[in-house]
Design a protein around this ligand. Sequence first.
Ligand SMILES: [Zn+2]
Length: 307
Amino acid sequence: MKKRRRNKQKSQRTGLWFMLWFSVLCFGFVYWNCAVEHPVIAEEMDMEEDSELLVSSLPLELQTAIPKKLDMEFISELLVSSLPLELPVLLPEELPEEKLLVVIDPGHQEKADWGKEPVGPGADAKKTKVSAGTKGVSTGIPEYELALAVSLYLKEELLARGYEVIMTRETNDVNISNLERALMANEVQADVFIRLHADNAANSKTNGVMTICQTPDSPYNSEWYEENRRLSELVLEEVTGETGANKRRIWETNTMTGINWAEVPTTLLEMGFMSNPEEDERMATEEYRKKIAKGVADAIDRYFGED
Ligand SMILES: [Zn+2]
């Protein structure tokens, strides 16, 4: 009996130990699951508390803007945006603005290029690449020199007015055909393409200013007619207004290679007659050249202003 009781007591003790260890194991298991194996859960719980604190520190109007389901990324964005900005901030007036681009083409060059090129896209007719141009009957100044001199004044004037300027040439010893000059203007997508020339007539009394554009039914680029006609009118008006020269006309013709190939607003200005001694002398002066340049710049201002 004693032995059996002892055995019974022994098995009860073993049961107690088993229960104790089982409890320890269970506790360990639960702890491991909640805090160790899933640290993200714990972290999320903390974050939720943190974010509640963060939200309550925001201005009221921002608090209401926060979605009900808390979004830490959203909140941190709000917090960053409410911080005082230390970084340099560009004000609208300081932002780099798009400048209008004027391409100036001083007519001709020191040596003519008698090679031929098509007068327009798809044209069978060919024309001299760059003709010699005319020459001052009284001063002996070549047209290419006069054209470059006025072009350089025009460039200066336009830069001062905030335009971007590209010249097809800045020296006389180049060889660029009329077609190539138009392609240069197309390539840079000029906002305006101005071609500068001087005129010549058999009658030495003929004088005055003329501008040139294509006809409304040009087979090459009639879609530019209206813009070019308007630009030509403005240039004619402003240049004669500034210089007091005789206002001749706008010549609509499809014989100008440099106009026919252009896919940007274009006009050609004949500044005056080098075959007229008085006009030739006038165009040789710095003062008169600057007046022409100012007239063209005023016309360009108006061209964009009246858009
Ligand atoms: Zn010319």
